[in-house]
Design a protein around this ligand. Structure first.
Ligand code: HEC
Ligand code: HEC
Ligand code: HEC
Ligand code: HEC
Length: 460
């Protein structure tokens, strides 16, 4: 927890001195909050909130420093500290050979357009100075014996696709997948047959990568007598023609759900797309990403709630939208989550159409007393470094029904700092009507947030 956060806690504590039963609860909340902060102190450092130091680049704050701060917030979960990558999850982007071949434009377009169908999400919100600063940071990282190589970004190679297909299958498919779909096939290499990669990579970029390999990663040099397979340049050109063919004939999974959930496939998809934040089996990290294998969460969240959360993301938080993931893939992921072992499963009916007539004005002081310590005075959540999620932002409120919130308050979330709040056994013995007031107040919160929750504000 930062100084700012404890200031928020102190402020909340003081302004509520008159409600006496709340004092005890507050002490417990604070204890819970402190505890969770200890647990999450590591996560905090990589939390997807605005980096405090990422203000305009100037002489005291050179672009590579700004870029480093942005990298810590937006990229480190997947690309690892110092951008070294994680085999099978995200490539090394501080790699000598990568940096020698990739132009600034290549990196810029990869960041802003992403690689649809992979966990590399498009970040148009980082276009402009933020992306330039990240590139400056990558280029400032120390590499042994740096290389300079000219890549031709326009040249097109001729080759024989049928032969390329055979060679690809023998030499490349074991690491890049049978259709070069990359990590989602459970392999260690990237999706070099996907349209997103092929749109930014030139033929020569691919040839040079195959010639050089990537020092320190499983990608070896393949060409010539020193290469792993003694392939000729023409062999690689054939393979490139085949890769282009794969890109042109790529069919994203059809919309809709056409078979039952496959939890095993779901696990692979979860590992590459969700585990960097939600952890290997969905248990989450307090203050960073919630547990989505939690018994109470899975009882209250419908499949539709999870699908919408993945598709739309939660604006202004680390949960970025993934409209490119097919509905079938998300169904497989949900199948994986629901099949995970859990303490005695619960069945809770949430009525998405029910709404409660609470009083937002009466809800405000209750929210500030019982919820703000963990979720923030305006429900900003992780974005201001607190252990609870961003329940005051429109991303959450547009997806969650009144009854979803009500049931969460009644049930709590086993094993997380979110306790049950309602009734005699609840943490605060709140009544149903108190919950209705709090919900009514929460619905007013999005209009109270600072206008741009977007990362552009890092440069204002
Ligand atoms: C949720 C995980 C995730 C996050 C967050 C992420 N990336 Fe990626 N990134 C990937 C994956 C996966 C790939 C490889 C995709 C593929 O198969 O082509 C990738 C590829 C790249 C590449 C291309 C590397 C190459 O070998 O061609 C660059 C450059 C890159 N990412 C930069 C960034 C930057 C900068 C950020 C932060 C703004 C970022 N990424 C955030 C997962 C992520
Ligand atoms: C032993 C496994 C392995 C084999 C075999 C392999 N690759 Fe790779 N390749 C990788 C890995 C891993 C990466 C990403 C490097 C990283 O993780 O930082 C990669 C990266 C690449 C890239 C850069 C992709 C990008 O996102 O910028 C290209 C192009 C490529 N490989 C082409 C090929 C071709 C063509 C073949 C067959 C001749 C091949 N690879 C065979 C493992 C392999
Ligand atoms: C870059 C990090 C990141 C990645 C990758 C990511 N998430 Fe999230 N996710 C978050 C954060 C942060 C939140 C909490 C947002 C908030 O504060 O409301 C979240 C929230 C959620 C929620 C809502 C949980 C709740 O308690 O209501 C679901 C469901 C979810 N994510 C599913 C997924 C799935 C499925 C994937 C993979 C397809 C995924 N996420 C990938 C960061 C991530
Ligand atoms: C002690 C800290 C703490 C307090 C106090 C607290 N919460 Fe939470 N709350 C959390 C955490 C942490 C989570 C996410 C659980 C996880 O990480 O898996 C959460 C989750 C939630 C969720 C589910 C959000 C989602 O993304 O699906 C709702 C709704 C919620 N809290 C509402 C409230 C309300 C309303 C109050 C006040 C009555 C409150 N909470 C008080 C810590 C707290």
């Amino acid at each position: 927890m930062t100084m700012g956060d404890s200031a928020i806690l102190r402020k909340t504590a003081r302004s509520d001195e008159r409600h006496s039963p709340a004092a005890l609860v507050r002490a417990m909340l604070l204890a819970a909050c402190m505890l969770s902060t200890l647990v999450s102190s590591h996560a905090q450092s990589a939390s997807p909130k605005s980096p405090p130091s990422a203000t305009a680049a100037d002489s005291t704050n050179p672009p590579e420093k700004v870029g480093e701060a942005l990298f810590q917030v937006h990229c480190v979960v997947c690309h690892g500290s110092e951008a070294r990558g994680r085999v099978g999850l995200a490539p090394s982007i501080r790699n000598r050979d990568f940096l020698a071949l990739a132009s600034d434009t290549f990196i810029r377009e990869t960041i802003t357009q992403g690689r649809p169908g992979t966990a590399m999400m498009a970040r148009p919100d980082l276009a402009g100075p933020a992306t330039d600063a990240i590139i400056a940071y990558l280029r400032s990282l120390h590499v042994e014996n740096p290389l300079t190589i000219q890549v031709d970004w326009n040249l097109k190679y001729e080759g024989n696709q049928a032969q390329g297909s055979e060679k690809f299958f023998v030499y490349c498919a074991p690491c890049h997948g049978p259709r070069a779909e990359g990590y989602s096939a459970g392999v260690v290499g990237t999706g070099i047959g996907l349209p997103g990669f092929l749109a930014v990579a030139s033929d020569d970029y691919i040839l040079q990568t195959t010639r050089l390999g990537r020092l320190g990663t499983p990608m070896q040099p393949f060409v010539g007598p020193g290469g792993l397979a003694n392939l000729t340049e023409q062999d690689i050109k054939d393979i490139i023609v085949h890769l282009r063919h794969l890109g042109e004939t790529y069919v994203p999974e059809p919309p809709g759900v056409y078979r039952e959930a496959n939890p095993a496939l779901g696990q692979t998809l979860f590992t590459v797309n969700c585990a960097p934040c939600h952890q290997a089996t969905g248990e989450g990290k307090i203050g960073f990403a919630p547990s989505i294998r939690n018994r109470d969460f899975l009882a209250i969240a419908t499949d539709d709630f999870i699908k919408r959360t993945v598709h739309d993301g939660r604006a202004g938080t680390g949960m970025l939208p993934r409209p490119d993931l097919s509905e079938q893939s998300v169904v497989d992921i949900i199948g994986f989550l629901r099949a995970l072992p859990s303490p005695i499963k619960l069945a809770i009916e949430v009525d998405p159409d029910k709404s409660f007539a609470g009083d937002p004005q009466a809800g405000e002081p209750k929210f500030q007393t019982y919820c703000a310590a963990c979720h923030g005075p305006k429900g900003e959540g992780y974005t201001i470094g607190l252990p609870g999620t961003s329940i005051g932002l429109s991303g959450f409120l547009n997806t969650a029904s009144d009854d979803y919130i009500f049931q969460t308050l009644k049930q709590g979330r086993l094993g997380t700092p979110m306790r049950p709040f309602l009734g005699a056994f609840g943490l605060a013995n709140l009544q149903n009507s108190d919950a209705h007031d709090i919900i009514a107040y929460m619905r007013t919160l999005p209009s109270q947030q600072a206008p741009a929750a977007s990362t552009d504000s890092d440069f204002e």
